[in-house]
Design a protein. Structure first.
Length: 269
């Protein structure tokens, strides 16, 4: 089912695995440079060996329609719910902003979510660097802790980035998004896994997770914000073990990142 009509939009949706596998898994990508290909070419095939996996191009991304508004988590969570209403309760895996969507799904719709894996979810604040491009200047500054806002696309921006930045409300929606609170983290009632890149601006989230929800699995892997690319095999192995219910010992937090001060909260990519 490559294209699905939902909520007045056309979404690009793909599946891996089969009905005979384990409980379904929904995998969500980050913003700007993200698409369902982010998981299709990384961890999804490994997960699909034992699970039915559904991959979604979020609104404005990949081959899905790009409406002018609706890039807040509440609206995009409703998109995901509409695109998964045929599934039994599912595990959700999300990278970056997709991790925030998974978190909100688990909190607000607990009957729909069985497990939650947040890969590089922005659980600490930051100032807006504009979209991240793997290997580009924005990507590097994001991993180092950006301190400048950008409202216009650069000359290196992709067509998707230009469209989102110039034709949609995405930056305003992100700036208006409330931060994830400690109570939010505690409200997740399903088994949860959090993974962070050691060189990413999101890395301080590991210390926060271990302080607020010590029962959750939390891992810091060598890499940056695109940890599912930088540590492709490690992320896939973590997800396969976690989604299959395998037990494991959490990694130790990186003490250099724990407790770092937060900036203005602009979750993205």
């Amino acid at each position: 089912m490559p294209f699905v009509e939902a909520r007045g939009l056309r979404f690009h949706v793909q599946e891996l695995g089969s009905e005979g596998g384990g409980p379904p898994v929904v995998m969500l990508h980050g913003l700007f440079t993200g698409s369902l290909a982010s998981w299709w070419f990384t961890a999804a095939p490994a997960v699909a060996r034992t699970h039915r996996v559904r991959l979604i191009d979020l609104r404005g991304h990949g081959l899905s329609d790009c409406p002018p508004t609706g890039y807040d988590t509440a609206t995009m969570v409703d998109d995901v719910l509409a695109l998964t209403d045929d599934l039994e309760p599912f595990a959700v895996v999300g990278h970056s902003y997709g991790g925030l969507l998974g978190l909100r799904l688990a909190i607000d719709h607990p009957a729909r979510v069985t497990r939650l894996a947040c890969i590089e979810a922005p659980l600490v604040g930051m100032k807006d660097p504009g979209p991240e491009r793997p290997g580009g200047a924005a990507a590097k500054s994001a991993e180092q802790g950006p301190d400048a806002e950008r409202d216009a696309p650069s000359s290196e921006a992709t067509d998707t980035e230009r469209r989102l930045l110039t034709e949609t409300s995405i930056l305003a929606d992100l700036r208006a998004e409330p931060p994830v609170t400690d109570d939010d983290l505690r409200a997740v009632a399903v088994p949860a896994l959090y993974a962070f890149g050691s060189r990413s601006w999101c890395a301080p989230g590991a210390g926060r997770v271990r302080r607020v929800v010590p029962a959750a699995r939390c891992h810091v892997l060598e890499g940056g914000h695109a940890i599912h690319l930088d540590a492709r095999r490690e992320v896939a192995d973590l997800l396969v073990g976690f989604l299959g219910g395998a037990s494991g010992h959490p990694d130790h937090a990186d003490p250099d990142h724990a407790g770092a001060p937060a900036e203005e909260h602009i979750p993205y990519g």
